[in-house]
Ligand binder design. Sequence first.
Ligand code: ADP
Ligand code: MG
Length: 418
Amino acid sequence: MRIERLSPRVAEQIAAGEVIERPAAVVKELIENSLDAGATEICVQLADGGKALIEVIDNGHGIEPSELPLALARHATSKIRALEDLERLGTLGFRGEALASIGAVSRLEVLSRPRDGSSSDAHSVSLDHSTQELSSPKPKATTFGHFLGSPHGTRIRAEGLFSQIPARLKFLKSAGAEASAVREWIERLSLAHPGVGFRLISDGRDMLSLRPQTQEERVRAIVAEGQDFPIRMAEANAGPGFRLTIYWIQGMSLSHTRNLVQLVNGRALRDRLIQQAMLGPFRQALLPGRFPAACAFIEVDPREIDVNVHPTKTEIRFLESRKLFTSFDAALGSLIRTHGSVSYVGSDPATRADPPAPVNEPVFGFQERAPETDVPVNVPAPGPSLHPALAGFSPARFLGVLFRTYLAYDLGEELGLI
Ligand code: ADP
Ligand code: MG
């Protein structure tokens, strides 16, 4: 084939693919914009899991009618002017491509009325899906309540996501699964902004409703799923420009990592290195395949991180990743030492035990060798229904309990652990 320039439409759609992979990505970008606009109430509505409609309404400062067309243009932003600005970034957005990307893969309409605006009307622009032509800003009379009861704010609607891109559409999951992914992102973002109210309505049904709260109330609502576990908080400073605050939900242990939340400078991330640092102190305390529930707030000098390594901004690079590990080890280590056991609690609410009482002695991994067991233990004698591999685990071969977690058996040539 000869080399030819891609049509602007195709180029746009390819670029959009980096930022927008599913409805949750659209919602994340739109909520970040609402937060950057200083909104205190944000309402998200979905139809068919976001495939038919995604709508985000906020009571933020809004957009001037004359600037509406620019907001939808690629690489147009009000948040940075030069590359150096990334070093002192105070906003969640900076790439200036979210709205353009959403507009490339859906029918996009932006309706806004700015605070102290020159016109009393709200104005709207829309992007024609197939021609990528932008309408000029049209006044639209809004009734009071349009922006969640505020005279200023913005409403963004994206309809028919990927309807023109079947290759993308077929990778979307069921409406329920997409709505859950949206909910998860809203929950993550909401943790960094407890003073902001969030609502999610999916096909007319309320999925999430968060009033403005304190930090700890929001952590309980989201990370502890509203349950009555003790919430332990610790802080660690690794140098002047690096501060970690961690909330650990003691006694909650889950089969997934969804309740491990990372927020760096108010940005919700899914960074592998941070997750590793967060799980490290629990390594000896939890059974394989079980994960704690915790929320880490990292405040770091923007010069120490690079947020511009991933188009969806969900990963970052640390100049000194060692600080991550030392601060998590210090903060979580002290919590585990002070409050004791990370006891096993099933994730199924029906089998959930009561929160454990604090244990006043050091546990898990801080001793040089396994403690002698002086606690009476009920040694299970495997019955005939057990797996044949467990046949050698007879009470006569029982050695003791390790880390209050494992039953150890002498199997002759091998050590057996249950
Ligand atoms: P970025 O957030 O990286 O600047 P976007 O494409 O997400 O890029 O948004 C482009 C611009 O549109 C923003 O810089 C902002 O000025 C404006 N904007 C977008 N959404 C909102 C909103 N909800 N309220 C006010 N202004 C907004
Ligand atoms: Mg943005």
